[in-house]
Design a binder for this molecule. Structure first.
Ligand code: SF4
Length: 222
């Protein structure tokens, strides 16, 4: 199958799968404020989406915007984050980010280089901001999306996915679709539920016919 056809096959099958098995989270249901979108992405780092989903209302209730967060005591933020862990590191990040936003009059820059230079945003959250807030077709490329793409299409060349041109280009091509948001969510859910790191569920996978990893697996007969 040609590259372009393999991408189309991936997109259509993963969207079909997502329609049936995709997870429902608060941040996927309606429209969030810019602040809420960024808070969600920060909380999702190293934490299960299901945990963040249960916790988010409490946090947003206590700190509904950048202004409140910028004026809050560090300890207050730390205590609020405690139920989901990593509170010391996360509270510092959130506080510094809120203070940075205060300096910028609570307005996010549209310029990509400036956006990525904001402390604690980085490539992934800058992509999320462009995808959800500025409505651009950007990939939420993390280790989970990388795993699915590498298994299906073939491995990257560099260790750090942020600097791997092959993986970056592939991720952009995958989400280059009128339903870019849904494709991103579909890949993340698929990575969590089917193409898992340790034991992928190949038998339930709608992509296996074209998956490089699956088709190169040695079948061991005992
Ligand atoms: S066939 Fe297996 S390795 Fe390939 S995408 Fe599906 S679950 Fe992942």
């Amino acid at each position: 199958m040609k590259d372009a056809d393999k991408i189309k096959y991936f997109q259509s099958n993963i969207l079909l799968w997502y329609g049936q098995f995709g997870r429902k989270f608060y941040w996927r249901e309606g429209t969030l404020t810019e602040y809420e979108y960024i808070i969600v992405e920060i909380l999702l780092q190293r934490t299960k989406a299901e945990t963040v989903d249960k916790f988010l209302h409490d946090f947003i209730g206590k700190f509904p915007d950048w202004r409140t967060l910028a004026h809050a005591e560090l300890l207050e933020i730390q205590l609020a984050i405690k139920p989901i862990g990593l509170q010391v590191q996360r509270s510092k990040r959130l506080k510094e980010l809120a203070l940075e936003m205060q300096k910028r009059n609570y307005v996010l820059p549209h310029d990509r280089i400036e956006l990525e230079s904001i402390p604690f945003l980085g490539q992934y959250i800058a992509n999320a901001v462009e995808l959800f807030i500025f409505h651009k077709t950007k990939p939420l490329l993390d280790v989970n999306m990388a795993r699915v793409l590498e298994r299906y299409f073939g491995p990257r060349k560099k260790a750090d996915l942020r600097y791997d041109p092959y993986l970056q280009d592939l991720a952009k091509r995958i989400v280059n679709h009128p339903h870019a948001k849904e494709i991103n969510w579909a890949v993340l859910d698929f990575a969590a539920l089917i193409c898992k790191a340790r034991v992928p569920s190949h038998c339930e996978c709608p992509l296996r016919k074209e998956c490089l990893y699956f088709n190169n697996m040695e079948i061991v007969v005992t």
